[in-house]
Write a new protein. Structure first.
Length: 94
């Protein structure tokens, strides 16, 4: 009985490990696009950050996923903060 539990638990944890890797890889891809946006904004001297776009993204995700609204908002607050910091850093880079 205990061996079966440990085996099943190990399998589930392996699934989580793979999903965590997918999440991190997806975020890395997202941040690469954020960098491309910053380069474009710098090229056209447009350093506006779109709060309305952020709101549209979170609303879309809240409505299209099964995740709790509070979780989505908290997660994307962190993602947006990092994205804005990254963009500002690249735009202001001489």
């Amino acid at each position: 009985m205990k061996n079966s539990f440990n085996s099943e638990l190990k399998d589930l944890r392996n699934q989580i490990d793979l999903l965590d890797l997918e999440i991190c890889n997806a975020l890395a891809k997202r941040f690469t696009v954020v960098e491309e946006i910053a380069i474009l904004k710098k090229k056209y001297q447009n350093n506006k950050m779109s709060v309305s776009r952020q709101s549209k993204i979170t609303n879309r995700l809240v409505n299209r996923t099964l995740l709790p609204k509070k979780f989505v908002l908290n997660l994307y607050t962190i993602i947006f903060e990092y994205s804005i910091e990254k963009q500002k850093s690249l735009i202001n880079k001489k």
